[in-house]
Design a binder for this molecule. Structure first.
Ligand code: SF4
Length: 277
């Protein structure tokens, strides 16, 4: 088991000694595939620091509008009466908008996935987050606890978030699908079509600046493309007013740790966009 990342915010009696903290940080970043430390000023800025100068701000990446994915493009839209009201509540807080969307979901039986779930997994995190992570669907642990990304993959996601000097509580985490598919099978197109409007409403409620789509399913669903994640990652897309960055799913990283370096590169891009404002 890897050592947990030291909590720099709460030193106290019994806290890890500085040399131990440094060793833990080095081991952690090595695990992510980081082989060096940038001297770029952007990387020394924290989210609350002043914006970097234009010379250090990241280059904007061309927006892309992929072709609709045949698997999810067809079919009638779901009737979401409350969503019009949510959209109209432009003066309401993001927290309030999220609460209304959750109320609209209710004890949802709109698709067959409701039959196998223990808990509907809505989403968790800061309603005012500048950064949002989107995965595929709940797994066993998430289904039991009602919280997205709480298993081993979730622990790795937490460390990925902390690698860019954010806490899990700073971001918002949700899935395209809110109920666990049986045996973790891939969600079917009609299930996606039925459930994805709620994710889109969550995105519209939170209005993040950056969305990280984790894994092939989330990236392909959001971008309406059938391209492989290996072709999508490394690029930045425009999506519902945010920059969307596809990257590998943490569960995939557990099986293929050699790809952590790619995710680290993607997260550096996320960090640069957030810093650039
Ligand atoms: S997966 Fe989505 S649409 Fe289907 S039952 Fe669950 S919440 Fe409702």
């Amino acid at each position: 088991m890897r050592p947990s990342r030291p909590d720099r915010r709460a030193p106290g009696p019994g806290a890890t000694r500085p040399s131990g903290q440094l060793a833990a940080h080095v081991a952690y970043f090595r695990e992510l595939g980081v082989s060096g430390v940038s001297r770029d000023r952007v990387w020394r800025l924290r989210p609350t620091d002043p914006e970097p100068s234009p010379a250090t701000a990241p280059e904007p990446v061309a927006a892309a509008q992929p072709e609709p994915c045949a698997a999810v493009a067809a079919g009638a839209p779901v009737e979401l009466s409350m969503f019009d009201q949510v959209a109209a509540l432009s003066a309401a807080t993001a927290e309030e908008r999220l609460r209304l969307i959750r109320e609209e979901l209710g004890d949802c039986t709109r698709c067959r996935l409701h039959g196998g779930r223990k808990t509907l997994v809505y989403g968790v995190g800061n309603p005012d987050a500048a950064l949002m992570f989107v995965g595929e669907a709940p797994g066993r642990d998430e289904d039991l606890q009602g919280i997205p990304f709480v298993g081993r993959a979730g622990q790795l996601l937490t460390r990925i978030i902390e690698a860019i000097d954010l806490r899990r509580d700073d971001v918002y985490i949700a899935n395209v699908i809110k109920c666990r598919p049986p045996d973790n099978r891939n969600p079917q197109p009609d299930e996606v079509r039925t459930c994805e409007p709620f994710l889109f409403a969550q995105i519209d409620a939170i209005r993040p600046r950056v969305i990280v789509a984790m894994g092939s399913f989330a990236a392909r669903t959001l971008l309406r493309t059938e391209d492989a994640i290996s072709r999508l990652r490394g690029r930045v897309f425009e999506f519902r007013g945010a920059r969307l960055i596809p990257t590998f799913h943490p569960a995939f990283l557990l099986r293929s740790p050699d790809r952590k370096r790619d995710v680290w590169e993607d997260m550096k891009k996320v960090r640069s966009i957030l810093q650039a404002g």
